[in-house]
Ligand binder design. Structure first.
Ligand SMILES: [Zn+2]
Ligand SMILES: [Zn+2]
Length: 311
């Protein structure tokens, strides 16, 4: 793929230094305070046209945040209205082509749509590096999702899943069935139920964004411990909430799962800066709570680089 060619990499370096220079010109104080613009950061989760944001505003958001490479997820279900499909696939490919080396993209289609595996295969052949985000109204151990996992197995690409109680990839407590059925497929968990279930006392009736201390032994922690093919990306309000509700527990979580966690933003706003940008706050927290620089580098860069098979 062109993203990996030496030419693309030279262009990437050029774009990165241009972005840095532009950032300095436009925002001297904020950019100067950002930790190491040359230090690569992979954002595993972004969207085009998120809350009406333009492509240019998205590019600025990512550069301000400090993401040097971002993964575009063709949209899942947004409040019952699917905006994915071939139209959104074209939009993510167009942005990735406009800024080679700064963006890569995933393939996606509604899980239980009859031709979903064929549509996803076509997008993978067109350069998608994974499948997601799968955010559709199915059970997380459903035959519909298993058809998608079969494509992932065949193409050896990861699947990113949005878990939300009674809504998307339902019944997280049954997800071990999917992990066991496809041991060679890498599944990346994210969203409300995924991060709420970091707590053994997780009770869906308490809402999507629980607060307060975490009781160890949550199902998310167990999946990451027990299944080599289970991974997670820390994005969105749910990922940030899992950190801020009990930072000391999350410090241990980072240590335990340092080879499984990846940074993601999934952020819809335009600043790319704390306090408005939850992704900027999550990035700061990962830097602060990682037990060493080496672990921080794994979570912000190395684990995703390996997952995406980037050179
Ligand atoms: Zn999601
Ligand atoms: Zn943001």
């Amino acid at each position: 793929m062109s993203f990996h060619s030496p030419v693309a990499s030279t262009r990437r370096d050029f774009l990165r230094s241009s972005a840095w220079l532009l950032g300095v010109a436009a925002l001297p104080r904020a950019t100067a305070a950002a930790p190491g613009p040359t230090e690569p950061v992979i954002d595993m989760h972004q969207h085009v046209h998120y809350s009406g944001r333009s492509d240019d505003a998205l590019v600025t958001h990512q550069r301000t945040l400090g993401a040097t490479l971002s993964v575009l997820m063709p949209s899942g279900d947004r409040g019952g209205e699917h905006k994915g499909g071939s139209g959104e696939h074209e939009a993510v490919v167009a942005l990735a082509r406009r800024f080679p080396g700064e963006w890569v993209f995933f393939a996606n289609e509604i899980t239980d749509q009859a031709d979903a595996p064929r549509v996803i295969e076509r997008q993978l052949r067109a350069g998608a590096l994974g499948i997601g985000e799968q955010k559709f109204r199915v059970d997380c151990d459903s035959p519909a999702l298993w058809r998608i996992a079969e494509v992932a197995r065949e193409f050896d690409v990861p699947v990113l899943l949005h878990f939300q109680h009674a809504t998307y990839n339902r019944n997280i407590e049954n997800f071990h069935r999917t992990l066991e059925k496809f041991p060679s497929v890498k599944f990346i968990g994210h969203a409300q139920a995924w991060w709420a279930a970091i707590d053994k006392q997780y009770d869906p009736k308490a809402g999507n964004y629980p607060k307060g201390p975490i009781t160890p032994g949550g199902i998310t922690d167990r999946y990451l411990t027990d299944y080599p093919n289970c991974f997670a990306e820390v994005s969105a309000g749910s990922g940030n909430g899992a950190i801020v509700r009990d930072e000391e527990r999350f410090r241990g979580f980072i240590h335990r799962h340092q080879d499984k966690l990846m940074f993601g933003s999934d952020c819809p706003e335009g600043t790319g800066r704390a306090p408005i940008c939850f992704a900027a706050r999550t990035l700061d927290a990962i830097r602060r709570l990682s037990p060493s620089k080496a672990v921080e580098r794994k979570i912000l860069y190395e684990n995703a680089k390996k997952m995406l098979k980037l050179k």
